[in-house]
Write a protein that binds this ligand. Structure first.
Ligand code: AMP
Length: 214
């Protein structure tokens, strides 16, 4: 299955994408994670993307399309993938079609949630510095404060989850990414999911939408 997760920052793309990819046994390809790793490693990609990521701006389309083209050419993506955070513009969506070269996407899952909900969610979001597991101090806290339940590594907050940067990321989403809703609706691929519900209910809705057994 080839699936794309669409939705504003904090809509749950990472949380549900990870679970969906595990259930489908395909790779989760999260461009934000790839960029953060490249920045941490100080690679040429990381150095060129760092200022944009820190400010909550989009990295140029050409860079992102090249990055995804390389990643989707890897053998593990041949049987399918879940994309989280890509495409983020119509130009990237067109680039993805060129990369797929006639192979179709199966689903574009649009996680719908109001801006005030995501601002409040992201201020309480913590991530595992090692395995990337996502926690929320209010709705999904770790068993031990500051420690990942899955692997025991330290939890950390994302620098771009500060409220001012989140507002910037939301404005960028409305301007550059929201047009993809119409784009994929026209292509007959869009599946809207109410992402304001508790995580278990949202995942259940996603699972039913893509016809995946419980
Ligand atoms: P995310 O983890 O998906 O919220 O992405 C974090 C940041 O990485 C974004 O605010 C952008 O600066 C950058 N980024 C991730 N994916 C893309 C993309 N497809 N196009 C441009 N910038 C991206």
């Amino acid at each position: 299955m080839r699936a794309v997760l669409l939705g504003p920052p904090g809509s749950g793309k990472g949380t549900h994408g990870r679970r969906l990819a595990e259930a489908l046994q395909v790779p989760l390809i999260a461009t934000g994670d790839i960029l953060r790793q490249a920045i941490a490693d100080g690679t040429p990609l990381g150095r060129s993307a760092e200022a944009d990521v820190q400010a909550g701006r989009l990295v140029p389309d050409a860079t992102m399309v090249e990055l995804i083209g390389g990643r989707l050419a890897a053998p593990d993506a041949a049987k399918g993938f879940v994309l989280d955070g890509f495409p983020r513009t119509v130009v990237q969506a067109e680039g993805l079609e060129r990369i797929l070269d006639g192979r179709c996407l199966d689903h574009v899952l649009n996680l719908v949630v109001a801006a005030e909900v995501v601002v409040s969610r992201l201020k309480d979001r913590w991530l595992c510095s090692s395995c990337g597991a996502i926690y929320n101090l209010v709705s999904a806290p770790p068993k031990r404060a500051g420690i990942c339940d899955r692997c025991g590594a330290a939890l950390q907050q994302r620098a771009d989850d500060q409220p001012q940067t989140v507002r910037n990321r939301l404005a960028v989403y409305d301007r550059d990414t929201a047009p993809l809703v119409t784009y994929y609706e026209r292509a007959g691929l869009l599946r809207n999911v109410d992402a304001s519900a508790p995580a278990a209910e949202v995942y259940d809705a996603i699972r039913r939408t893509v016809c995946l057994a419980a």
